[in-house]
Write a protein of this length. Structure first.
Length: 128
C-alpha cells in the first residue's frame, strides 16, 4: 500500500531546470558569468526546450572528450524530465551572440569529417 504522506511524482513540485543546468555546467566554465540559459515548457505537449550558451573557449571542457560530459548532462536532464512526465531537448550555442559571423556556433548532431593524416596507414611501407 502506498504511503499517503509521501508525495507522488505528479504531486511534487516541478524541477528547477535552470538551477540544475547551472549546477551541472558551471564547473566546466572559466567564468560562470558567461552562461546564458533559456528554458521553455510547451503548453500543448509534455516537452521542454533548453537553450544554453557560453564562451567558445569553454566548449571543449563542457563537451568533454568524445562528448562524454555533455552526454552525461543530457542523461541527467532526460532522467529528471522523465520523472516529471516530460521529454527534454537541449540546444547548445558556443560564444555570445554576435561573437562569430553567424551569431553563434551551434552544436549539431552531425559529426565532422574524419581528419586525414599525411601517412598512409593502409599500405605497408616498402623495405629497402
Amino acid at each position: 500500500m502506498p504511503d499517503p504522506v509521501a508525495p507522488t511524482v505528479s504531486q511534487a513540485a516541478p524541477p528547477d531546470y535552470e538551477a540544475l543546468i547551472r549546477f551541472l555546467v558551471q564547473p566546466f566554465l572559466e567564468s560562470t558569468d558567461v552562461l546564458r540559459l533559456d528554458c521553455e515548457v510547451s503548453q500543448t505537449r509534455p516537452k521542454i526546450w533548453v537553450r544554453i550558451a557560453f564562451e567558445s573557449a569553454d566548449k571543449g571542457r563542457v563537451f568533454g572528450r568524445g562528448g562524454r560530459n555533455i552526454q552525461a548532462i543530457r542523461t541527467v536532464l532526460e532522467a529528471i524530465a522523465g520523472l516529471s512526465g516530460y521529454s527534454i531537448h537541449l540546444d547548445i550555442f558556443g560564444g555570445p551572440p554576435g561573437a562569430s559571423g553567424n551569431g553563434a556556433d551551434r552544436e549539431s548532431g552531425e559529426k565532422p569529417p574524419p581528419r586525414r593524416s599525411g601517412s598512409s596507414r593502409g599500405s605497408p611501407r616498402p623495405r629497402r
